[in-house]
Structures are given as structure tokens and as C-alpha cells.
Write a protein that binds this ligand. Structure first.
Ligand SMILES: [Zn+2]
Length: 371
């Protein structure tokens, strides 16, 4: 999420921007292609579900989407083909570092991508197991519940990494020449920002017949499943509306960390053109730059990135090479130019926020939506 927090310009130091776009082994099978399969499973008497994931030699990442029609779901852990636990939610439950929202049972769909970070290691061929839970609205285990599971396995990437994006105009904004020109300019700038990090975004454009005042995708909006389907894409859908949740200070919000790569009420990034255009409702060059950075930032969340530090300065991402800081001034100085900093840092003008660490770029490249 990105909201406007008025802050003083406190100076900053240049971080080395070392995103290299390293894409793993470069063999014939490394084409970044995805294989999608679905399973209908039922949780046991403890509300636990074992999801089998059969991995091939060229599989480099997978996403598991677990959906319940009767309550909440969480993703709890991963066991590799040799029986080793490679990640377990309980190691992260009380952590000041965040790895994935999938561990938290907040909704009827749980999107879990693995691996997440470079330090999570690589996949090996064989029969892996992902564990999930079905829960009631109070967060207690709910026995013997049916779940629909989608498994997306993605091969190692070739020499290029591509993220398909659909930009969807809501509320008839496609007919507003000034707004659409600004969104197009911001999308071009966003392409440059991701391009410099080694990720090509491939943008398609649609318009959708929903109200321009957008609901929050994080809590879920009724029309977003239909919007994702209308996009007909396996990538990320960005909806441009007048506002998000009626807020005058919310630039944008992502439907999850990571967001689901299938249709659900969370399956979009929502952005407000009006908050970017400011009080005069017209765009200048700086506002288009911030708009581009918002789309790049929110889609960063959607493909798995947290803020390197949250704005209370006491919670961080789990990536080894993002700097640790514990106060507003220290964090703006160390991380203010980072694309995933929690708010734009503005004085006379706003700092460009376009940098990612190598570890942050690795998270993006591990997402099953990047081909
Ligand atoms: Zn954010």
C-alpha cells in the first residue's frame, strides 16, 4: 500500500542499484512456461490439507492457490521430496520480518509462492507437499472442508524475464483523454523502471464496466474476479479508478503479498488517478513519475515484496540485503530511494523511488507470474 504522508526532505544517500535480472540456468527447458493443474481436496479432522506438488527437472517456482467456499484458509508450510521441512509458518508467526501473507488466514483464498527469496534455495525434482489449513471465521481449525486447489508450476526463466500486465480502466476513464494520456505515460515510465531491474513488462489495455470508486482489493471487492477474467491473463491486472476505498490519500493497493494468479475478489492492484493528479486534477511530470512508481510499487507487492521497513520502523521484510533501520530519518536516508519504501519522500520535490536490492529483484523473479 502507498499513501501520502507529508514528510520533510531529510537527505538521502545513493544506494547501489545492483538488480541484475539473474535468471537461473539457461538450458533448452528454461522457457519460463507455466503448467497449471487443479485438485479437489478435503481437509482432515484437524482441518489440515496435504497438497501434492510433483515437480519436474526444469521447474523453478510454483504458486499454490487454495480456495474454500466454507471458511478461511491458510498455507502452512512446504516439505520437499526428501521429507525436509523447507518452510513452516510457525517460524514466522511472531517474527518482526514478513515473508508471505499466505501464512495468515484472512480470507477464503490463500496464494502461496515458493521459493520466495534467494536464501530459500531452489526446487528439486520429485514429490513435494504443501500443507494448508481450513479454518472458521475465528481462526480455529474447521474439520473436513472441501478446498479447490490450483497448482501453477513455472519453469526456470530464459534470457528474458517477462511479466504480463493488463491495465483496466474503470468508470469510463478510457474516454477521458487527459487521464488516459497520463496513465499511458506512467506505464511507459514503469516499463523503464522494471526494465532497468531486468524485468520486461508487457502491457495490454482493457476497460471494465465497474464503478470508478474502487473497493480495496486487499479486503476483497465483488467485481474483481470478473475483472481478472476479463483480462484473460496469467499476469497482474492493474485497475485505474477515481479513488480506492473513497480515500483522498491512498495512491494504490495490491490484493495480496503475493496476489493470486487466478480470478478472485483480491486479484487486482487498484490505483487512483485522482490522488496522483492532486488538487487541480491535472497531471504534471512529477505526478506522472509518482504514478509510475505507484504502479511499480503495488505490483511489487503483488508479486511478493513487502516494504523493506514498515513506517512504524519496527517491522521489516525478510530479505537479507535490504538495509535495517529503526527511525524515520535513518530509514528515509537508507531506503528512501527504494521502490518499496512505504511512502513517497517529498520535500520541494519527491525523491525518485526506483531502486531494488538484488534480493528484492530475486523475489520478483521467483514469482510464478513472471515468465
Ligand atoms: Zn506499499
Amino acid at each position: 500500500m502507498r499513501s501520502s504522508v507529508p514528510v520533510l526532505f531529510l537527505g538521502w544517500s545513493l544506494l547501489a542499484c545492483t538488480g541484475t535480472g539473474s535468471t537461473g540456468e539457461d538450458t533448452a527447458q528454461c522457457d519460463g512456461a507455466s503448467q497449471v493443474s487443479t485438485l479437489a481436496l478435503t481437509s482432515d479432522k484437524n482441518g489440515s490439507v496435504d497438497i501434492p506438488v510433483s515437480l519436474g527437472e526444469s521447474d523453478a517456482a510454483f504458486m499454490i492457490l487454495t480456495e474454500s467456499r466454507t471458511g478461511l484458509v491458510s498455507t502452512d508450510g512446504v516439505v520437499d521430496a526428501e521429507g525436509n521441512v523447507v518452510v513452516d509458518w510457525s517460524d514466522w508467526a511472531d517474527s518482526k520480518e514478513s515473508l508471505t501473507n499466505a501464512f495468515f488466514a484472512t480470507d477464503e483464498v490463500s496464494a502461496f509462492n515458493w521459493p520466495i527469496r534467494e536464501e530459500d534455495g531452489t526446487l528439486s525434482a520429485g514429490d513435494w507437499t504443501v500443507t494448508a489449513s481450513t479454518l472458521d471465521s475465528g481462526g480455529y481449525p474447521k474439520a473436513r472442508q472441501d478446498v479447490d486447489v490450483t497448482v501453477i508450476r513455472r519453469a526456470c526463466l530464459g534470457s528474458t524475464a517477462t511479466l504480463p500486465i493488463t491495465i483496466a480502466y474503470a468508470g469510463g476513464l478510457e474516454d477521458d483523454a487527459e487521464v488516459s494520456a497520463a496513465v499511458e505515460a506512467a506505464a511507459e515510465r514503469w516499463e523503464e523502471i522494471y526494465g532497468a531491474l531486468g524485468i520486461n513488462i508487457q502491457v495490454s489495455w482493457i476497460s471494465v464496466d465497474i464503478d470508478g470508486s474502487l473497493p480495496e482489493p486487499l479486503t476483497g471487492g465483488g467485481d474483481y474476479a470478473a475483472v481478472y477474467e476479463a483480462a484473460g491473463s496469467t499476469g497482474v491486472v492493474v485497475v485505474v479508478g477515481d479513488d480506492v476505498a473513497g480515500a483522498s490519500d491512498l495512491y494504490g493497493e495490491a490484493g495480496g503479498i503475493p496476489g493470486p494468479l487466478l480470478a478472485s475478489s483480491h486479484s487486482v492492484v487498484a490505483v487512483s488517478w485522482l490522488v496522483h493528479a492532486g488538487g487541480n486534477a491535472r497531471f504534471d511530470a512529477d505526478e506522472i513519475e509518482v504514478f509510475a512508481e505507484t504502479m511499480a510499487h503495488e505490483v511489487g507487492h503483488y508479486v511478493g515484496l513487502y516494504h523493506p521497513v514498515e513506517s512504524g520502523w519496527s517491522a521489516w521484510d525478510a530479505i537479507g540485503d535490504t538495509k535495517r533501520c529503526t527511525s524515520g530519518s535513518a530509514c528515509e536516508s537508507a531506503l528512501g530511494a527504494n521502490l518499496m519504501f512505504p511512502y513517497p519522500v517529498c520535500g520541494q520535490e519527491c525523491l525518485a523511488q526506483t531502486e531494488l536490492s538484488e534480493g528484492q529483484v530475486a523475489v520478483l523473479l521467483n514469482n510464478a507470474g513472471v515468465q
